[in-house]
Design a protein. Sequence first.
Length: 446
Amino acid sequence: MYSLYSILVLAVAVIASPWFVYQALRYKKYVGSLGQRMGYLPVSFNIDADRSIWIHAVSVGEVLTARPLISDLKRKYPDLRIFLSTTTLAGQQLARRSVPDVDAVFYFPFDLGIFVRRTLDLVRPRLFVMMETEIWPNLLRECRRRGVKTAVVNGRLSPKSFPRYRMVRPMMRRVLDDIDKFCVQSEESARRFIELGADPGRVVVTGSLKFDSLDLPSTAPQARARDRVLRYFRLPPSRPVILAGSTMKGEEAAVLRAFRRVRSTTPNALLILAPRNPERFGEAEQLARAEGWKVARRSDLAIDADPRVDIVVLDTIGELATLYQVATVVFVGGSLVATGGHNVLEPAVFGKPIVFGPHMENFVEIADTFVTNGGGLQLENERELEEAFISLMSDPVRRARLGAAARALVEANRGAKEKSVSVLAALLPHEARAYPANVRPFRPLA
């Protein structure tokens, strides 16, 4: 089974190689990371061959979710090094810049035996933690052979991915048997993991770690003034803001059409467009300019000034979560097109009214909770998006009610971090140390 899987991985790599070459030449992606993906880490990476905890987070969202977990593990296991791997360039950049409690950051290896063995030789983990649904058969098999404990944290299986896994259930049963613990977000995800073959005794519902990954905003007015990001958006109280976060291809055009209708009734409104993928920053800017709007990139804004444009394209990484607090209304992207949606919790923590489209398959439990409890509006199409923007922009009472419900849901659902750390601690007991005996010198009595 594993040989067939490895052959398939190689075949996919060969077929996809022209695309990788294009991405490398066009967007500079994967340039400089190939060595690490093949298991060649810098000599200084773990020069003393220390034992470690290895945490893998695919991209930006998983890195942000992992941060509070990493901080607690660092405090609990000061004698172990903490290593963090990512798959994407954006995740790598964010991890290096904003996760201070890790000892080193590196790119996740290709899931082939020679590469994962080389990586494990250098990382030397006692525990390997996968954020959400990062299941790699060869790496997990090698961890089992070496006695490395493994765990899925913040695990989930979406309605979209579950049928695909179920098609290869015999293989998944063997792969999941190599995972010691599953800390999952919901009862539904627990049921799906068990149906694929996970041992029910290894599956624990801990809740969504995304609620714990959010820093609750301070009520002190000076805290906002100190924030570096907000100094580029010195907006007067009278200027409303629509923020479209993590948008995907096909959504910016719909948002721009909705924004044009908003400007017919609110002529000083500002739109902030935040494409999910960095390679699409230029595309979003060109699309807005083609519609006749005055546009600026966030990186070109003057500090301590109101942006004197109609639209700002957020072309930076790691600032979106902070910037939600300037919004009057928030649209969470990836939801009008069939890409599974994105995180609604980052604007919710600031008590903002949130709207999103019908495609929230990757966040279905959270989306359902928000809609059921009045913390968000789920729309079916672009026409409803326009109506929601216009309605919310003209109704401060409704905005306040939606925002308050969203903030209350965040506060009520925190606690997954403590549960997850408790599960991991049971897998990773502290090693006994051999301390020298404290013996007083013998002196004969006089």
